[in-house]
Design a protein around this ligand. Structure first.
Ligand SMILES: Cc1cc2nc3c(=O)[nH]c(=O)nc-3n(C[C@H](O)[C@H](O)[C@H](O)COP(=O)(O)OP(=O)(O)OC[C@H]3O[C@@H](n4cnc5c(N)ncnc54)[C@H](O)[C@@H]3O)c2cc1C
Length: 444
């Protein structure tokens, strides 16, 4: 993606844009796209050298390496309307998971999501495992049906409690909570303790029940890139960090001034707080959940599976000491473009931000993986490790109290959006961008 345009518009700095958007994550890109579609003169200033914010992919020796394991849920409604899903070439994981427990692999599948011919067999395999029993399956069925009767908005507006307490309240056994929900939901929210807000968990649970988890052909970064690929030069200005903003202009870190009739702060919560200060009514301190994702290349004939399914650690301690692998996925078995011919890509996720300590850490992870997949793991070739300290703002409580969600206008000409105003997800970020653009258009 090439950088477009200079940061300062004219030597005098007298050009006034209709809107300036700070941040080219999904929220900022969607807002910009909507405003451009209405004929507005928009400029997007992005600190990074590429658009996409937290959705990043590197191409390394023919592999596509996303910065942290991320999936697009095919049930996302707003995202589905904005994106050209066909051109993204999504391919889906099999629903369910393989769970490692007592040194063996067990299949856990919701039989109602299995093809008719394997429904009964999947139910039998699941209840024969040490993960779930009949009651859990029945509870899962009732719980899911209940959630599907509600809209995503209704779920998000319900008062939340800690997820662990909610799962117990619903009636799930400690067995399925520890062995399945802890790695599964803990892997989604990057929180093995399951302390995240239950309304957020239920939003994701509903989306997962309605759709599948998918990967785009070009890597996760191809999602934001698809939003700005047709923009004119000068609209997206990369490597442009905004240091300050008010209602009519922004100042970049190299002291250039860009003027606009409307200013939209579309950064992550921490950046928004830095730029807007007390004007942004979000609770502090802002805490973040992080993740560490390690990638390996495997010779295709030596791959431990051919199944496009998630492999979960069913033995996670609730209070981890050191590190534990949360899950392993093989993205190229879902989306072949993630690996070159003859190779399989393995992605190994560990909750929490771990300071990378070179070969010793890789050796430790590989030796744990040998217990999972056997001695051939020693032949896996390490590609890269991504440590993402700020993946989600800590989700034990929504940052904005419920009635304030959707409040995108900060002051007359100053607006804010980002996933922290809705849900920390691709869907939430895109929704917030759309709503902020509407608020800007209505304010004219
Ligand atoms: C590891 C990981 C796994 C995830 N897994 C999933 C998943 O499986 N499914 C899902 O739906 N979601 C997932 N998410 C969440 C999803 O990626 C985010 O919710 C979403 O991308 C947030 O978009 P955003 O636009 O709100 O913020 P961001 O993507 O953070 O964008 C903010 C942008 O603002 C820029 N910026 C900040 N300050 C300035 C400044 N002063 N000047 C100029 N630019 C600035 C930043 O560089 C950034 O580009 C995951 C996130 C991570 C990190």
């Amino acid at each position: 993606m090439k950088t477009t345009g200079e940061v300062n518009d004219s030597p005098k700095g007298d050009r006034v844009h209709d809107a300036i958007i700070i941040g080219a994550g999904l929220a900022g890109l969607v807002a910009a796209k909507s405003l451009i579609a209405q004929g507005l003169d928009v400029v997007v200033l992005e600190a990074d050298d590429r658009p996409g914010g937290r959705l990043k992919t590197d191409r390394v020796n023919g592999f596509l390496l996303d910065h942290g394991f991320q999936v697009y849920l095919t049930s996302y409604q707003t995202a589905g309307q904005i994106l050209d899903l066909k051109s993204l070439g999504l391919k889906s994981f099999q629903p369910g998971a393989m769970v490692r427990c007592s040194n063996r692999w067990h299949t856990v599948k919701d039989p109602l999501r299995s093809p008719p011919k394997s429904m009964l067999w999947d139910a039998i395999k699941t209840i024969a495992s040490p993960i779930a029993n009949w009651e859990d399956l029945w509870t899962l069925f009732r719980y899911r049906q209940g959630l599907m009767k509600l809209t995503a908005q209704e779920i998000l507006e319900r008062p939340g409690i800690q997820t662990i307490d909610r799962l117990r309240q619903i009636g799930f056994s400690e067995r399925i909570i520890d062995r399945f929900f802890r790695p599964f939901l803990g892997g989604i929210f990057l929180d093995d303790s399951l302390s995240m807000d239950s309304s957020r968990m239920e939003f994701v649970f509903r989306e997962m029940s309605l759709g599948t988890a998918a990967l785009p052909m070009g890597g996760i970064q191809s999602i934001p890139e698809s939003l700005c690929k047709d923009w004119k030069p000068g609209v997206l200005r990369l490597r442009s960090t905004v240091a300050a903003c008010d209602q009519e202009s922004v100042i970049t870190s190299d002291a250039k001034r860009v003027r606009g009739h409307k200013i939209l702060v579309a950064t992550e919560a921490t950046g928004a707080k830095r730029l807007l200060g007390a004007r942004l009514a979000i609770a502090e301190p802002l805490a973040w959940n992080g993740t560490t994702c390690m990638y390996f290349s495997i010779d295709r004939h030596a791959a431990p599976t051919r199944e496009p399914i998630l492999f979960l650690n069913g033995n996670l301690p609730s209070k981890p000491a050191g590190f534990s692998i949360n899950h392993v996925a093989f993205p190229s078995l879902v989306q072949p473009s993630y690996a070159p011919d003859g190779k399989v890509l393995a992605s190994v996720s560990i909750n929490g931000h771990i300071e990378i300590s070179g070969q010793q850490f890789i050796d430790q992870v590989q030796s744990e993986l040998e217990h999972w997949f056997g001695w051939t793991v020693s032949r896996w070739e390490h590609l890269r490790t991504y440590s993402v300290p700020c993946a989600f703002s800590s989700p034990s409580e929504p940052l904005l109290p419920s009635p304030q969600r959707g409040l995108y206008k900060i002051e007359n000409n100053l607006f804010a959006c980002g996933d922290y105003t809705t849900t920390a997800s691709i869907e939430g970020a895109m929704q917030s961008g759309l709503l902020a653009a509407q608020a800007i258009l209505e304010s004219n």
